[in-house]
Write a protein that binds this ligand. Structure first.
Ligand SMILES: Nc1ncnc2c1ncn2[C@@H]1O[C@H](COP(=O)(O)OP(=O)(O)O)[C@@H](O)[C@H]1O
Ligand SMILES: [Mg+2]
Length: 469
């Protein structure tokens, strides 16, 4: 204890020319610093404080008090270490406040006790063997997705307990659905690609057997299944930009810059999505979407024909959505939309009824999954003169109907208001999975339901004498 008290006074912030003391970790960073997992990964949005978390972690008092402690933090290439604002610069702001001195040639900081933290690159796989005999007890990878799986696992098995320091591996990463790491942390990520908040920091154990990673909730479980195995504990801690208010204070434009990214980059870097693939091809062409965003929300006009698409979803996250399309002319225009998540049957049917009353559509198409039959029946009761049709979406019909939309968009047959929130869904709609890769696709689904009946509705519009002026 005496040693700790002495060390703490040694580590107390000293005045520097930047006039800043050693930073206080933010709650998520603290969670990372407190983890006693063999391997802890701090992952999340750009700017969420990951790199600094590593620097704080490597300079924890209980490590620095040991003169034999030598930590190594890797980046894939050396410019990434020494680039302006990179690891070396950031360490240069904070480590001197702990009395550390630097050696630029070896990219090393030495603390008053003799403990040290150095930075190194690990560009090629063959470089891993240079570290074979090194007595390194603490290793970190900044931006782990830039390294190979082999680099990660090889060095992990080479870490040794030296001078009473528990060997631990730390890493940071931005979400990358295409990296090997996405698979490794899969348990911590929900089906939509976002980290489960309640799993952040939870320990699990694994062993590697014939290149395969085998997981269990406890080390005992693995030891009983694989006698003589040496399970390692592993955890993933997730953070968002909002977990780093320091950055938003320092650079208020940071958020706006991320928000200006395209929908996939935004989902990855701002929202921290682990399932959005950069390379996954989109069904709807970006230029066609932009070119179609010119319409207006508008009230009914006499002698125009309207087509409704309704995709009912009750309770839950998926929204109940009802769209009104003006199909009297080319381009077809989206003129109204009612969208409600956590919808109740009664209020949604009321809202739809109001719209039917208002627009007098030639046809209403209702998706039958998720309570749609009830919606159809109620609308038929309320509007005996209106054609109310049911659509049951299957994997194949979804392909056909979303293809229909894609073709109509490309041919310039569509217009929607530029502030329609379905535009993001369109931009991120995968041609492969036929789902919005960033989560919701309620608007696209209501549209697909409407356009399942576009030809029939057009016929009806033509023969409806009321509408022939
Ligand atoms: N606890 C903290 N106290 C003060 N500033 C912080 C803290 N955590 C992060 N920052 C600052 O926020 C900015 C972004 O942090 P950084 O670690 O580079 O984020 P990331 O690696 O996640 O992109 C940096 O300027 C860093 O100094
Ligand atoms: Mg960083």
């Amino acid at each position: 204890m005496a040693a700790r008290v002495k060390l703490n006074s040694l580590l107390a912030p000293k005045p520097t020319d930047t006039d800043s003391g050693f930073p206080t970790p933010q709650p998520k960073q603290q969670e990372f610093l407190d983890s006693d997992a063999d391997i802890a990964i701090y992952g999340g949005s750009a700017g969420s404080g990951k790199t600094l978390a590593l620097l704080l972690d490597f300079a924890k008092p209980e490590l620095l008090e040991n003169p034999h402690y030598g930590g190594v933090i890797f980046r894939r290439t050396s410019p990434e270490i020494t680039n302006e604002g990179g690891l070396w610069d950031e360490a240069g702001i904070w480590y001197p406040t702990l009395g550390a001195t630097s050696n630029q040639k070896w990219l090393r900081w030495t603390f008053p006790t003799g403990a040290s933290v150095r930075f190194a690159h690990l560009q090629h796989e063959k470089n891993i063997y240079n570290w074979q005999g090194a007595q390194v007890s603490r290793i970190a990878y900044d931006e782990l997705t830039h390294f190979s799986k082999k680099m990660f696992f090889y060095l992990m098995t080479r870490m040794r307990s030296t001078h009473g320091i528990k060997p631990q591996l730390r890493a940071t990463c931005n979400p990358d659905a295409e990296s090997w790491l996405a698979e490794l942390i899969d348990w911590w990520i929900n089906p939509q690609g976002y980290p489960y908040p309640e799993r952040s920091g939870v320990l699990r154990w694994f062993i590697v057997k014939s290149d395969e990673v085998i997981w269990a909730d406890t080390a005992q479980d693995l030891r009983s299944r694989y006698p003589n195995s040496n399970p390692k504990s592993f955890t993933f801690i997730s953070a968002k930009l909002t977990d780093n208010p320091a950055l938003l204070e320092k650079d208020p434009h940071y958020l706006a810059n991320l928000e200006a990214q395209d929908v996939v980059e935004r989902a990855r870097l701002l929202d921290g999505n682990w399932r959005v693939k950069k390379s996954e091809s989109r069904l709807f062409k970006a230029e066609a979407i932009t070119a179609s965003a010119h319409g207006e929300w508008s009230d009914p006009v006499f002698a125009k024909s309207y087509l409704f698409g309704i995709d009912p979803n009750f309770g839950g996250d998926d929204a109940f959505s009802c769209q009104v399309w003006d199909i009297s002319d080319i381009p077809y225009q989206l003129v109204a939309e009612y969208k409600q998540s956590n919808a109740s049957i009664t209020s949604s049917i009321n809202q739809c009824s109001k719209l039917v009353d208002k627009y007098t559509p030639v046809l209403v198409a209702v998706e039958t999954n998720g309570g749609g039959r009830t919606v159809q029946e109620r609308l038929i009761e309320h509007f005996p003169g209106v054609r109310i049709e049911a659509v049951t979406t299957t994997k194949n019909s979804k392909i056909i109907n979303t293809d229909r939309i894609a073709i109509a968009l490309e041919e310039g047959l569509i217009q929607f208001p530029p502030d329609w929130d379905g535009i993001d869904e369109l931009r991120s709609f995968s041609s492969y999975s036929r789902e919005a890769i960033t989560g919701h696709d309620d608007s696209v689904m209501a549209w697909a339901v409407a356009f399942a009946y576009i030809e029939e509705a057009r016929q009806l519009a033509l023969i409806n004498p009321l509408l022939l002026t």
